[in-house]
Write a protein that binds this ligand. Structure first.
Ligand code: OAD
Ligand code: ZN
Length: 244
């Protein structure tokens, strides 16, 4: 499944960076955005997950996000998430960058985690940036800020919003500095995350893609493992146990 070349790289690597997308949570039962079972076939979503929707139709916006939160309530990390916790422990310098907002990497226990698109389990005030974690949220159809009264949004990047520049810089630095870069369960089409493997490659990293389907990254990766993430990463942990 893994090439000899990759194993030699991993045996000696100090610095490893991983980028994940919705595919890593597929085995937990969360639908991906794109693809046959993706949320995105319901085109409404692209209009709903926007600041305009929050301003113009707050009831509908919040009904949508409350529904997405409800979906996540009984969802747990899968073997792919747990394997990444083990993998983190094998390397001196390990960064996990995720585009997912589902909180599953944090629940699984990864330590050096960059949540590039935010986290749906928190609310953020649209005016004063006050943060409220889910456990402390009052039962409200539309949440308003306790500090300033403005409307709250889920602490995720909406369509048309810029990413947090500090997190983006952290992700770009981790990509530039790594020796091996894994792209796992992402369709590799959404920028700026889609550029991270190219930053890594330009700086000499070995690029590994784990995805049962082809993506725009596939032909530029040094190695492609086209099986589900949980299966590939469980095997990788067994190998790291032998070689590190
Ligand atoms: P997508 O839904 O675009 O892509 C999911 C990828 O996971 C596809 O390439 C699938 O082939 C792959 N996949 C499915 N099952 C898998 C499995 N078991 N193991 C490994 N891979 C599997 O999701 P993302 O690439 O994460 O942004 O989407 C990127 C961003 O688009 C999201 O973060 C979201 C959306 O706009 C925001 O909300 C800001
Ligand atoms: Zn506020």
């Amino acid at each position: 499944m893994f090439s000899q070349k990759l194993l030699i790289r991993l045996k000696n690597a100090f610095n490893v960076t991983v980028l994940t997308g919705a595919g890593i949570s597929a085995d937990s039962g969360i639908p991906t955005f794109r693809g046959p079972d993706g949320l995105w076939k319901d085109q409404e979503v692209e209009k709903l997950a926007t600041l305009e929707a929050l301003e113009n139709e707050p009831e509908v916006f919040w009904e949508f996000y409350n529904w997405r939160r409800q979906l996540l309530k009984d969802i747990k990390p899968n073997f792919a998430h747990f394997s990444l916790v083990d993998i983190e422990n094998y390397f001196e310098d390990f960064t996990l960058i995720t585009q997912n907002v589902d909180n599953l990497h944090a629940i699984a226990g990864n330590k050096n985690l960059v949540e590039l698109h935010g986290n749906i389990t928190r609310n953020r005030c649209t005016s004063c940036d006050h943060i409220v974690p889910m456990e402390q949220m009052a039962e409200q159809a539309i949440p308003y800020c306790d500090k300033c009264g403005a409307i709250m949004k889920p602490d995720v990047v909406l369509f048309g919003e810029p990413l947090n520049p500090k997190l983006l810089r952290q992700a770009q630095t981790a990509s530039a500095e790594c020796e091996v870069f894994f792209s796992i369960g992402t369709s590799s089409v959404v920028e700026p995350a889609a550029s991270l493997p190219y930053i890594a490659k330009a700086n000499g990293a070995y690029i590994v893609e784990i995805n049962p389907e082809s993506t725009p990254l596939t032909e530029n990766a040094d190695e492609v493992i086209n099986i589900p993430a949980a299966k590939a990463l469980t095997a990788l942990v067994l190998i790291l146990d032998r070689i590190r």
